[in-house]
Design a protein around this ligand. Structure first.
Ligand SMILES: [Zn+2]
Length: 200
């Protein structure tokens, strides 16, 4: 479930001189404020939803939305809207989402780089996660490495989701069938996403 909602916060307020309160007639009692509305995702402000002005009498505490303001009040307070910028904090959630997205890309790049490094320098014990077909994944484990070839033991089991591979990656499941690859073949398999990951 995603928690999304709307909130508002006062961005700017100032005393407006020369106005009297339409409600209690007190002189010089009006404050004007700019309110920024925003949508929040899990209570983190994410999308600014426009600004409005409000007024409040500091004497009787009555508040006035723009539509309730006298013409003089509106003329005095309305310019605050143009003078007030939407604060960056109202975009915080976007920065968080952007940050998470960048982290994901960074992790994925790192992962790809590690995989290629492991394929280029194969070591006994490396486990290759292999996509055999659509919805068919298995693993092979490196048992010996020569100058130009890599020999693997094959897992007797396969699973239909790559994240299930850790369940079958057990020593007792591997059988040494003598399957071997040239180093170039391994690189090609990685590039073709047939080898999806190298675990070391
Ligand atoms: Zn008042």
């Amino acid at each position: 479930m995603i928690f999304f909602g709307k909130k508002a916060s006062v961005i700017k307020q100032e005393h407006i001189f020369g106005l009297s309160c339409p409600s209690c007639q007190a002189n010089n009692s009006i404050h004007g404020a700019v309110v920024g509305n925003y949508g929040h995702l899990y209570w983190i402000p994410t999308i600014p939803l426009g600004k409005t002005v409000v007024a409040q009498c500091e004497h009787c505490r009555k508040t006035f939305d723009e539509k309730d303001m006298s013409i003089q009040m509106r003329d005095a307070i309305r310019p605050m809207l143009e003078e007030t910028k939407t604060p960056l904090t109202h975009f915080s959630g976007l920065f968080v989402i952007g940050g998470l997205f960048a982290l994901g890309i960074y992790a994925s790049i790192n992962n790809d780089r590690d995989n290629l490094a492991f394929i280029n320098e194969p070591a006994v014990g490396d486990v290759y996660e292999i996509k055999e077909a659509y919805n068919e994944y298995t693993t092979q484990k490196v048992v010996s490495v020569t100058v130009d070839s890599v020999y693997c033991a094959e897992n007797q089991y396969s699973v239909n989701k790559s994240r299930g591979l850790s369940d079958i990656d057990k020593d007792k499941n591997y059988v040494n069938t003598g399957v071997g690859y040239s180093r170039q073949e391994l690189i090609n398999m990685l590039k073709a996403d047939k080898i999806t990951k190298v675990k070391r």
